[in-house]
Design a protein around this ligand. Structure first.
Ligand SMILES: [Ca+2]
Ligand SMILES: [Ca+2]
Ligand SMILES: [Ca+2]
Ligand SMILES: [Ca+2]
Length: 277
């Protein structure tokens, strides 16, 4: 204290800048006190040192970053800081589908790209078609055709697809007799036209045609025999008729030669004589 006459007056060390306080100086009667700004602590009564709040005295939900006089919170990847302290999941799929080529599935703190059915992951964000036909899982009974995201089963000619995979023979004979002129025989994957007379080759025609090597007589034997018998009967009939006619004529001529008609002699009557007187 400084003595002036009979009273003593406190010296304001803070205003005289003799305090040596690094931050704040608080004058007191007969002395002074140093203090520090928020976030600092007094080390030796004068100097201040930063408090590392991250050592345990912070309120960050995820990450604490110490700074001089304070601290800052930050969040793990996939989260964003909401109120300076707490973290909230980022919905990566909200913008540009998360750069995923097909599907984007947001998760807490992360996200995953996915692929549609029939595709598989090529990279973390891209997909490629699965060639189901290259493996043995397609289940197609006949033909397998790969498509983008799927595949298709088809059947050979003469078969139809019944459950998307299995092929069943088409009974062509059920519709319009298979187009056959006479009988239709269904076969697995095909059909045949059969003729009762002659043979049909359905690969070219459904009409009944005679096949070389099979004679027409063999095919139509009954008909031909009937025609021959009728012809013989007619021939015999004609012979008989002609014979009867000839016999009748001969007999007639013979009878006319043996019985000549009686000769009648007539003499002309003399003309009447006219007497003249
Ligand atoms: Ca600090
Ligand atoms: Ca997320
Ligand atoms: Ca495919
Ligand atoms: Ca058939």
């Amino acid at each position: 204290m400084e003595l002036t006459n009979t009273t003593c007056e406190d010296i304001d060390e803070c205003s005289e800048d003799t305090d040596g306080c690094e931050h704040n100086c608080n004058n007191t009667l007969g002395s002074y006190e140093c203090s520090c700004k928020t976030g600092y602590m007094l080390m030796d009564g004068r100097n201040c040192s930063d408090i590392n709040e991250c050592d345990g005295n912070h309120s960050c939900e995820h990450i604490c970053n110490n700074t001089l006089g304070s601290y800052e919170c930050s969040c793990k990847t996939g989260y964003m800081l909401m109120d300076g302290r707490n973290c909230s999941d980022i919905d990566e799929c909200f913008n540009n589908n998360g750069d995923c080529e097909q599907t984007c599935n947001n998760t807490i703190g992360y996200y995953l790209c996915g692929c549609y059915g029939g595709y598989m992951e090529l990279t973390n964000t891209t997909c490629e078609d699965v060639d189901e036909c290259a493996g043995n899982t397609h289940g197609c009974e006949h033909n397998c055709t790969n498509t983008l995201g799927s595949y298709e089963c088809t059947c050979k000619t003469g078969y139809m697809l019944i459950d998307g995979r299995t092929c069943e023979d088409i009974n062509e004979c059920l519709i319009n007799n298979g187009g056959c002129e006479e009988d239709c025989i269904n076969l697995n994957g095909s059909f045949n036209c059969i003729c009762t007379q002659g043979i049909a080759d359905n690969s070219n025609s459904s009409n009944c045609i005679q096949v070389p090597g099979v004679s027409g007589f063999q095919a139509n034997q009954g008909l031909y025999i009937a025609i021959i018998i009728i012809f013989i009967i007619l021939l015999l009939f004609v012979v008989v008729v002609v014979t009867l006619v000839i016999a009748t004529v001969v007999v007639g001529n013979s009878q006319n030669g043996n019985s000549k008609p009686d000769a009648k002699v007539t003499s002309p009557s003399p003309p009447d004589q006219e007497t003249v007187v």
